[in-house]
Design a protein around this ligand. Structure first.
Ligand SMILES: [Zn+2]
Ligand SMILES: [Zn+2]
Length: 267
């Protein structure tokens, strides 16, 4: 059993064949897909999509590149929308100094608001960190000092130092297909170092298709290629890697029904 802990099934890339994309994921052993919110203003759309499939769940949040678009993601809005039965996490949020589209003080404020929502709801926060290691580490530590929250760094492309900082705060680390890319040796070093009980896999589809699909559109079924690759890196069987990463997702996103639950049989 595999879980794609981070994809974007609401993106127009999938619109013409979303049912087929979900069916291919199931055929590849992907028992759960978490479709991650990038625009809080579009939460109605993404939650409706999650309602359409028993094995698809969603989050609520504003991506750091969109943090200053539309009405701001306030604590009240986030926690209210998070009550949706298929909403299992907060985000994605964080800091992106690579694209640097949003004034940094705004991005930081919105990031901290998402963490507050995670703390208040008990749902994990999905953190996007790009070229912002020091500030992300400082904010996570500062916020953890105000009161515990759960979360993960998604699509990890940062330094070993940020990975260690996140792990020391009890956070999880998720790897996308980037770990399979030829030039990603530093990310592979981090993947080797992250304990098996803190590691997640994701596609971030439609982006970042893993080798051997690299260059094409990504989709949740391809999380199997990333899982297989990381199993090789860590010297464990694909079955053990799949079992560990799935257990981690279910522990972290504990509002999500388990694949063997009665709720799903009824759906
Ligand atoms: Zn992201
Ligand atoms: Zn994403």
């Amino acid at each position: 059993m595999l879980i794609d802990s981070h994809c974007h099934l609401d993106f127009p890339d999938f619109a013409p064949e979303r049912d087929a994309v979900v069916a291919r994921a199931r055929a590849a052993g992907v028992m759960r897909m978490i479709t991650i919110s990038t625009r809080i203003d579009k939460f109605a759309e993404i939650s409706t999509l999650a309602e359409a499939y028993p094995d698809v769940f969603c989050t609520v949040g504003d991506h750091p590149e969109h943090a200053n678009e539309g009405a701001e993601a306030t604590l009240d809005r986030l926690t209210t929308l998070a009550q949706h039965p298929k909403c299992v996490g907060i985000g994605e949020t964080g800091l992106d100094y690579h694209h640097d589209k949003v004034p940094r003080d705004t991005a930081e404020r919105v990031f901290r608001t998402h963490i507050a929502a995670a703390r208040q709801t008990g749902l994990p926060v999905v953190v996007h960190a790009r070229d912002a290691d020091a500030d992300v580490a400082a904010i996570l530590a500062d916020e953890m000092g105000k009161g515990p929250f759960k979360g993960l760094l998604h699509c990890f492309t940062s330094s070993m130092a940020l990975a260690e900082a996140a792990l020391s705060l009890g956070l999880y680390i998720s790897f996308s297909g980037i770990v399979t890319f030829k030039n990603a040796s530093e990310i592979r070093d981090v993947a080797r170092a992250v304990p098996l009980d803190k590691l997640l896999v994701e596609t971030d589809a439609p982006f970042l298709a893993p080798v051997p699909h690299r260059g094409g559109r990504n989709e949740p079924a391809y999380v199997a290629a990333t899982a297989e690759f990381i199993a090789g890196l860590k010297g464990v069987s694909i079955a053990d890697l799949a079992a560990a990463t799935s257990a981690n997702v279910l522990r972290l996103f504990d509002k999500m029904s388990r694949p063997d639950s009665a709720r799903e049989d009824a759906a």
